[in-house]
Design a protein around this ligand. Structure first.
Ligand code: HXC
Ligand code: NAP
Length: 284
């Protein structure tokens, strides 16, 4: 369906690009002709993803960077420009999340997630938009949120993430209007459940809950990474030039069946939460 060179000429700064959905998008964008600059905190997955892109004949580079730290984001943006000249696309994909009863959260736990998701997305967006505006270049931003980011939805048991993702959605719609005059386009994707190591290890409390989620899903299946990567490629392409400030849901209709993906955890007994917390304490 896509032309092979759909994203030719694009240099894409992709956060959290070493793992999961970020890695899938990086590989797909590269296949469609884009050059990729990946950031994340751990070097190994970033290196591995870049090596895979290079092996397949694409162009990719990376630098470790914690998006919570604005100075580190600025330094990464500089490095990306040294590598590829102008960066013309930003994908805010990095995230942090876990399930927990909200009354038990420490302030630091809340800040950790909001810092990555909301502050991190703002830091990266600001770093590149400043460049695009001062140099009179257009730009393109894609934010990966979630279905429970919608302001009238939210979800229990992932409250820091719900608050932060709702903020990212507000950033998307606000800046779509404010920065349209600078030819900066900004959109979001709200994925439903896509099994990745990062998400599943932190959000699936048990095999039974996973089975319950699949059974309750209208299509009785979870998402495939390539489905999300193709939607992202479309939104970044010139075919979507007139789409601005939009959030496209890709969840197989899951949230229409019952909004707030983790609200089902109200069914989980207190003893299961206690066992999970004990296991976490033992690990750390
Ligand atoms: C309660 C927790 C916790 C948990 C961490 N904390 N895990 N509290 N329950 N399960 C608390 C810690 O005790 C600490 O507070 C504070 O959070 C910070 O934790 P650290 O481990 O020191 O922070 P850090 O190393 O920065 O790790 C950030 C993280 C971690 C968010 C906690 O999970 C992470 O690195 N995540 C990155 C990847 C990720 O989350 N991927 C999934 C995205 S999926 P104290 O007070 O003790 O210092 C996604 C999908 C949504 O978003 C929809 C799915 C369908
Ligand atoms: P993932 O593999 O855990 O991806 C998260 C990425 O963010 C990791 O590569 C991680 O790398 C990076 N990251 C975390 N904290 C960071 C920080 N402080 N600075 C820089 N990078 C950081 O999980 P995923 O499932 O692919 O999630 C990708 C995106 O999809 C996220 O925005 C998530 O909220 C969204 N999403 C996923 C699902 C799903 O079902 N999988 C559903 C809805 C939305 P490091 O740990 O090395 O930093």
């Amino acid at each position: 369906m896509f032309q092979r060179e759909l994203l030719k000429g694009r240099a894409i700064f992709l956060t959290g690009g070493g793992t999961g959905l970020g890695r899938s998008m990086a590989l797909r964008f590269s296949e469609l002709g884009a050059r990729l600059f990946l950031v994340g905190r751990r070097e190994d997955p970033l290196r591995e993803t870049c090596q895979e892109i290079l092996r397949l004949g694409g162009a990719a580079a990376y630098v470790t960077c914690d998006v919570r730290d604005y100075a580190a984001v600025e330094a990464a943006a500089e490095r990306a420009e040294q590598q590829f000249g102008e960066i013309n696309v930003l994908v805010n994909n990095a995230a942090g999340n876990f399930i927990a009863p909200t009354e038990k959260l420490s302030a630091n736990a809340f800040n950790a997630v909001v810092g990555i998701v909301l502050n991190g997305s703002f830091h990266c967006t600001q770093a590149f938009a400043k460049r695009w505006i001062s140099r009179k270049l257009g730009g393109n931003v894609l934010n990966i949120v979630t279905t429970y980011a919608a302001a009238n939805c939210g979800s229990g048991f992932v409250v820091p993430s719900a608050c932060a993702k709702a903020g990212v959605l507000a950033l998307t719609t606000s800046l779509a209007v404010e920065w349209a005059k600078y030819h900066i386009r900004i959109n979001a994707i709200a994925p439903g459940p896509f099994p990745t190591e990062g998400a599943w290890s932190r959000l699936m409390p048990s095999k039974q809950f996973e089975e319950h989620s699949r059974e309750k899903h209208p299509m009785k299946r979870f998402g495939r990474p390539e489905e999300l990567a193709n939607l992202a490629a479309f939104l970044l392409s010139d075919m979507a030039e007139y789409i601005n400030g939009e959030c496209v849901v890709i969840d197989g209709g899951q949230w229409l069946r019952g909004a707030g993906e983790f609200n089902e955890l109200t069914l989980m007994p207190e003893s299961a939460w206690e066992a999970m917390e004990a296991a976490r304490q033992k690990k750390s």
